[in-house]
Design a protein around this ligand. Sequence first.
Ligand code: SF4
Length: 121
Amino acid sequence: MSKKRSSVDEDILARFACTGCGVCCRWPGHVLLTDTDIRELAYHLALGEADFIEQYTRLASNRAQLSLKDKADGSCILLDGNTCGVYEARPLQCRSFPAAWQVRQGCPELDRLHDEKKRVE
Ligand code: SF4
């Protein structure tokens, strides 16, 4: 799933509200971090930026950005049960889901809205 312009219809985007189910936090791929994400996550976790980078990040496969590490099961290192452990400070990539993503299915709330739309049409 790449993240450029959304593949999701405008009317569904307008109604989408993340339920915090944690499903997308288990999808394969990188959670790429901006400089602002790193600063805010480090602050949120009461760490210096160097310590945050050391403990929570890895070099992404594009070799140009840092990405959050995964746990052994492939989920995000910051996922706590089914809930984001840093929700208020979550990275831009997470906050921009699904508005800046190419994604058709796999998010339970998006799937529900698509099903609802199909039933109405
Ligand atoms: S930072 Fe939070 S919202 Fe983003 S993938 Fe990790 S657990 Fe999920």
